[in-house]
Design a protein around this ligand. Sequence first.
Ligand code: NAG
Ligand code: NAG
Ligand code: NAG
Ligand code: NAG
Length: 199
Amino acid sequence: MKPIISYPFILVCATFLAHALVGAYPSGAPDTACDQMRPMHRTSKDNMSSPLIEPLSGGASYFTIGVNTTQVGPGDHVAVTITAKENFYFEGFLLQARSNENGTTRHGTFMDTSKDGKLVCENAVTHNSNSHKSNVTVIWMAPKTTVNDIKFVATIVKGYSEIYMQLTSATSFSVGSGVTLIPSMVIVLLMVFSAVIYN
Ligand SMILES: *[C@@H]1O[C@H](CO)[C@@H](O)[C@H](O)[C@H]1NC(C)=O
Ligand SMILES: *[C@@H]1O[C@H](CO)[C@@H](O)[C@H](O)[C@H]1NC(C)=O
Ligand SMILES: *[C@@H]1O[C@H](CO)[C@@H](O)[C@H](O)[C@H]1NC(C)=O
Ligand SMILES: *[C@@H]1O[C@H](CO)[C@@H](O)[C@H](O)[C@H]1NC(C)=O
């Protein structure tokens, strides 16, 4: 009996799959990279058994993550900018808002309309080309609910074998605290205080 799927066809599929899984990602990180935030770049590009490339340390002296505000209400938009230090550049990035730099919970989402990035995994953003960039700006949308202690966390790829992980924005922030909570708390405290005074 003639096999329905030929051997060359399987070979082509397997080769394609291997490339899709282990190759560099010129058009952005795949969805599976969102939890680990680690690019599956291997020491030998075409050998899936070869070890992953170890991330480099010291990325914070080459790249910064800035925000245009840390006063964030539910559903607010925040402009997040990754900037390379002078004479430095990067090719790729994966950016998320996380509970803390070691946390795995991702918050909010990113607008998919930016020229500098595209949405992946519903709440992460990645590059849409591997051109050399000195900066990118993307717009993050805060969740509709309040969340404490969020930071932006990024993995930055300068080149296939130059990977920096766990870069974070300088200050953590909360969604929907401070600005809206404090005035109402002051009013409650004043009411309690006057109730005590006048009784
Ligand atoms: C792939 O990498 C593994 C681990 O480094 C090595 O043992 C193996 O020989 C490599 N295979 C090929 C085809 O190069
Ligand atoms: C920050 O940038 C976003 C997106 O452009 C904008 O909607 C928001 O008003 C800005 N916030 C501040 C405080 O400038
Ligand atoms: C993440 O947590 C591990 C284990 O608790 C710790 O060794 C590491 O320094 C943390 N990473 C950062 C960037 O804080
Ligand atoms: C940001 O990058 C663009 C090119 O993509 C460049 O024209 C611009 O000067 C850069 N801005 C800063 C502040 O580095």
